[in-house]
Design a protein. Structure first.
Lengths: 697, 128, 174
């Protein structure tokens, strides 16, 4: 897969973070080898690195991380024997070195993978520690032949052979085995079995099996333990003499240990616990650690593909539409009981909505913090000193939208560094701080996310722009000189414009800012530029908070169905002509002591003449707000109900109609367009050459 | 002590299953069904209220599944005696239940003798 | 390149339809569905050839008036124009062919669906200069030699993308 330069930059930045984390955790582990927390952290780090390297096309490196991940996964459940701990740590440090060398190569532009044969040698190193694939039952702790001497010498230890035959009707053999082994382990230790432990733990038996058991209890007591277990057809317990045990060790246990199969056994091969109490305590200790750590690490979370969430969201949204449709039909039919039942569906629906929203929301910080590195590195690349300041990083946004914003934002940041921030010497001349600052601020307001990318660089050279557009014949000289900065900002965003830029300036990036603007529009948002020479440039993005369900007020304008987001509505009035006062060319509506500008939507939405309803007296005035200072009165024809609608982003492919923030489908299948209050008021201001649209007091 | 009946709580979302279990167990004469719950949440509440000697637990239920319920009951009383009543084909789930601390399990459809075995082997042995 | 003999065996399915008395074909593979025209919602500030937007199974799609987009009226000879005016309102613009290009659904408003034909790949020929067409050659993918007469195979993608580019041009000219 092809990886762009930006992706590589991000890869490096992310990988560096992770590698640093790995190093930190290995040190922690070295200090306290019995602490499972670093192992947990390492597990997660390698897991993430696995994905990252895979994305970068480094498949072997990814496999490498995968081996470590599984290795650590097993390690976190079991204690590493003291003697093996040093080797363990060393292996981890070796892995760190390998990762570092991969990263070094990538930084030099070499995205080549590690060699396969190297992978194999790593795998072999693991065999020493690896306890094998996860088995479900991991309660058999075979005793190593070396440790048997100690065990045999202890006079309190009694040895037994327990033969068990299960009822033929037993289907869940694994579970049955688990229960039996669990019960026996409470009072002693199973140190071997026939079939061999690795087979037994996989539930690989026919109906009967033998367990070799060590306990300080007498056989009667052991039988009693087994009496309480279901599905056992027959059980026989035979005490074993010492030489019988020794023979078992020589003939069966030792060869088994030597063979590969031993590795498959689920639990560690460890020294025998001296007494039952000590063993139980150890288990408790470990589980306590795991418990507290579980709380910290929140193992109860899972990674979900964003696309799956998106699908879930879409299907669910469709369900909401269908439910509304059915409810509508039922209301018409008047079937009260059914209507009531459907109403009861509202609660679970609302709850699911909330849950899906929460799932889809993620803090912008997660992505934005990675930009810091990017900014620094790109800056260095072009010989400039730049720092990125993040504001409002805990704003939450739809995961998918954040994903889609990544590319445009990176472009804007690069743009700011390439064209905005000056070289350190230039900045010194202008009495600016040598280090240029880019501010990435996020704010959430009224269902919208505002993102600003502001730099304190040299600003847009509008004279240059003017020259260029004249050169290329976009405008005549006189027209061009009449264009305001705002007009010029719009010109910059036109697809045709960037063709005019010097190739080296835009570093071959193609359509540049126009694409950013387009992308934002696709997301249902808007994009604007503001700039002042020598002071800096600000790019402003606005995207809807979530592309999903919105509370909206249905209205009719010129016979057509529209909706206004309820969060934009301050108040609704019956239109009273007497309240209208004209000041200059503008009509205002009087509300108490304020005069609010009127926007007649019938006129403003520019419908064709046939549908145009002029000044009917029974119109509705909707007081909408853009923000604290700016509001307007929308004149509409009819007010319908308020309801929750599923917003579909509107495609602007064949339409200029930018006053729409999305569309939705009503219960009868008709299309309702959701008005973008912000956009309407803004463009009204521009069209009427208002610099401000404030109410007059 | 021998004359006091053993108290059992049945947790299963199917009325049908609850009825059968109730029938079989009460017919023995030494078991009293002190409560029935149709989901995990109810099960936990009734457990807290009634403190039964044994609980039969279905695994797949609305509101709260068996595994979670087992965990929570054992948190309240780590000695609680829980026997899982599962459907065929749920081995992984049953294994998980056992790991969480369920004492034993039987499968649906079960025979009367199986329930009796549960009572004899497990319930009767439980110390008060 | 496909060999002649392979070409002989390849069969392509096309939808044969009629707009303003003219018959055209489009590749069946690009078509998603043919539906009778329902409620199309008009949008202000769109091109003349955009009929409006439509609820297609929950997806809101643009409906392009094909006769307007192809500017058929302009190409007609005077005589035909007179004849054309006689086609009543009720008979025109009755069907929508929903096409799917680049995962986006768009609808073409047409008058009549004639049938779905299966033609051999070698029955599709390129344009020759002497061939008179009623529409701009940009939209033509090829000519299909039917048994009765040849018909134009429309390049759906070109028809759609050109519409978008017109949009951008408009932006530039603002």
């Amino acid at each position: 897969m092809s990886v762009s330069k930006d992706d590589i930059k991000l890869f490096i930045s992310e990988a560096e973070d992770l590698i640093q984390k790995v190093e930190d955790e290995i040190f922690k582990l070295e200090k306290d080898p019995n602490n499972t927390k670093p192992i947990q952290e390492l597990y997660f780090a390698f897991h993430t690195l696995k994905g990252l390297t895979a994305m970068g096309g480094l498949n072997n490196a990814s496999k490498f991380c995968h081996y470590f991940e599984s290795f650590l996964d097993n390690a976190k459940d079991k204690k590493i024997e003291d003697v093996k701990q040093d080797d363990f740590i060393r292996l981890l440090f070796d892995s760190l070195d390998l990762l570092r060398s991969i990263l070094k190569r990538v930084k030099q532009g070499d995205m080549s993978d590690i060699e396969e044969k190297f992978l194999n040698s790593i795998k072999d190193s693991f065999e020493e520690f690896e306890s094998g694939p996860e088995t479900d039952i991991s309660l058999i702790s075979p005793i190593t032949p070396e440790n048997f001497k100690k065990v045999l010498d202890d006079k309190k230890n009694l040895f037994y052979k327990i033969y068990i035959r299960l009822q033929p009707t037993c289907v869940f053999k694994k579970v049955r085995l688990f229960i039996i082994i669990r019960a026996l382990n409470e009072y002693g230790q199973i140190f071997f079995s026939k079939p061999e432990p690795h087979l037994l733990e996989q539930g690989d038996i026919k109906v009967d099996f033998e367990l070799y058991y060590l306990s300080q209890k007498i056989d009667k007591d052991i039988l009693q333990v087994l009496d309480e277990i279901l599905e056992i057809e027959n059980k026989v317990i035979t005490p074993l003499k010492i030489d019988e045990v020794k023979a078992l060790i020589d003939e069966d246990i030792t060869p088994w240990f030597k063979s590969d199969k031993k590795q498959v056994s689920g639990s560690k091969a460890g020294p025998i616990q001296r007494s039952k109490i000590a063993k139980v305590q150890k288990i408790e200790d470990i589980s306590k650690i795991v418990d507290t750590h579980e709380e910290d690490a929140k193992i109860t979370s899972l990674k979900v593909d964003i696309n799956i969430l998106e699908k879930l969201m879409n299907y669910f949204s469709e369900l909401v539409i269908n439910k509304n449709q059915i409810t509508q039909i039922l209301k018409n039919k008047g079937d009260l009981e059914l209507i009531r039942m459907f109403d009861e569906m509202d609660k679970p629906f609302l709850e699911i909505q909330e849950i899906i929203f929460d799932l889809k929301l993620v803090r912008v910080e997660s992505t934005f913090r990675k930009y810091r590195r990017l900014v620094r590195d790109v800056g260095k690349e072009v010989g400039k000193k730049v720092q990125l300041i993040l504001e409002g990083t805990n704003v939450e946004i739809d995961r998918k939208i954040l994903e889609e914003l990544n590319s445009p934002l990176i472009h804007l940041l690069r743009n700011a560094i390439y064209h905005g921030i000056e070289t350190p010497s230039e900045r010194k001349k202008q009495k600016k701080d040598e280090i240029g600052t880019i501010r990435l601020a996020t704010l959430r307001k009224a269902g919208l996310i505002f993102i600003e990318v502001e730099d304190d660089g040299e600003g847009i050279n509008y004279e240059n722009i003017r020259k260029k557009i004249i050169e290329k014949g976009m405008y005549a000289e006189e027209e061009a000189s009449n264009l305001t900065h705002e007009d010029l900002n719009r010109v910059i965003l036109m697809p045709g414009f960037s063709i005019l830029e010097d190739a080296d300036q835009i570093s071959g990036r193609g359509m540049g800012l126009a694409i950013v603007a387009d992308k934002i529009k696709q997301l249902g948002g808007s994009f604007s530029i503001q700039s002042e020479e020598h002071i800096g440039t600000t790019f402003r993005l606005m995207v809807p908070f979530t592309r999903a369900i919105l509370s909206a007020q249905l209205i009719k304008v010129a016979g057509d169905l529209f909706a206004i987001p309820t969060e934009n509505i301050k108040q609704i009035y019956l239109y009273n002509k007497a309240m209208v006062e004209s000041v200059g060319d503008t009509d205002y509506y009087r509300l108490d002591s304020d005069l609010i500008p009127i926007i007649d939507l019938n006129q403003y939405l520019k419908f064709d003449e046939n549908n145009y309803k002029k000044g009917s007296d029974t119109r509705i005035a909707v007081w909408v707000k853009k923000d604290e200072n700016i509001s307007a009165i929308f004149l509409i024809d009819e007010i319908l109900q308020q309801l929750n609608v599923v917003v579909k982003p509107f495609k602007f492919s064949y339409s200029d109609f930018y006053n729409i923030l999305g569309s939705t489908i009503m219960s009868d299948g008709s299309i309702c367009l959701i008005l973008d209050v912000l956009s309407i008021i803004t463009s009204y201001m521009m069209d009427n050459k208002f610099t401000k649209l404030t109410s007059i007091q | 002590m021998a004359n006091e009946k053993k108290r059992v709580l049945i947790v299963d979302d199917a009325q049908f299953t609850r009825n059968i279990l109730k029938n079989i167990m009460s017919k023995t004469g030494y078991v009293e069904i002190v409560g029935e719950a149709s989901n995990g949440k109810e099960g936990i509440e009734l457990f807290k209220k009634l403190k039964p000697d044994m609980i039969t637990m279905d695994l797949v239920m609305p509101e709260k599944g068996g595994i979670e319920t087992i965990e929570e009951i054992l948190k309240i009383d780590s000695n609680a005696l829980i026997v899982v009543v599962s459907a065929l084909g749920q081995e992984a789930l049953v294994l998980e239940a056992a790991k969480k601390g369920a004492k034993d399990f039987i499968q649906k459809p079960f025979k009367t003798e199986q329930i009796i075995e549960v009572l004899e082997r497990i319930l009767k042995k439980k110390a008060k | 390149m496909i060999s002649e003999s392979e070409k002989n065996k390849q069969v392509i399915s096309v939808i044969l339809f009629e707009v303003e008395g003219e018959q055209f074909c489009i590749d069946l593979l690009t078509a998603r569905e043919i539906i009778p025209k329902g409620q199309i919602r008009k949008l202000p500030q769109t091109f003349e050839f955009v009929e409006g937007i439509y609820n297609y199974r929950g997806d809101i799609i643009y409906i392009i008036n094909l006769s307007k987009k192809l500017r058929l009226f302009e190409y007609k000879t005077l005589k035909k124009k007179e004849e054309a005016q006689e086609i009543s309102e009720a008979e025109s613009n009755k069907y929508i062919i929903v096409v799917n290009i680049n995962n986006i659904n768009t609808g073409f408003l047409v008058d009549r669906i004639i049938n779905i034909s299966h033609v051999k790949a070698n029955a599709i020929v390129g344009l020759s200069p002497i061939f008179e067409t009623s529409i701009s050659i940009d939209y033509i993918k090829g000519i299909i030699k039917f048994d009765d007469r040849p018909r134009i195979l429309l390049d759906v993608e070109k028809v759609l993308t050109e519409a978008e580019q017109t949009q951008i041009q408009k932006e530039l000219n603002k």
